[in-house]
Design a protein around this ligand. Structure first.
Ligand SMILES: Nc1ncnc2c1ncn2[C@@H]1O[C@H](COP(=O)(O)OP(=O)(O)OP(=O)(O)O)[C@@H](O)[C@H]1O
Length: 94
């Protein structure tokens, strides 16, 4: 979660540094906050599962793996958004 929050601060800074606006900024901010939200849901699901006990259970495994998978999918989407929006601008600096 700390890594996600630090990344969010950096990404928002970059949207100002590169003067990104309109739909591109909306897409970047949406992607960032979706990852944060998914991480919070993941944490909530982990807490509920652990509250039920630490013993191995296939449903506990399914719940944790699905929640972690959701975070991974949205993180991949956010990386694609970042590369699409920031990539050409970073390359233009060289
Ligand atoms: N009670 C359980 N029963 C079955 N499998 C479990 C159980 N607890 C954890 N696991 C398996 O271990 C994996 C890691 O679980 P853990 O609770 O350590 O999550 P984590 O992803 O390491 O958490 P964090 O987000 O804090 O890094 C889960 O994705 C799941 O596959």
């Amino acid at each position: 979660m700390k890594i996600h929050l630090a990344t969010t601060v950096v990404v928002i800074f970059l949207t100002f540094y590169f003067a990104i606006d309109g739909w591109e900024r909306a897409w970047i901010i949406l992607s960032t906050f979706l990852v944060l939200s998914a991480e919070m849901f993941n944490t909530a699901i982990e807490a509920v599962v652990d509250r039920g006990g630490q013993a191995y259970h296939p449903l506990a495994e399914l719940a944790k793996d699905a929640a972690a998978g959701a975070v991974l999918l949205l993180a991949i989407q956010a990386i694609i958004a970042g590369i699409t929006v920031f990539g050409p601008r970073v390359l233009a600096l060289w």
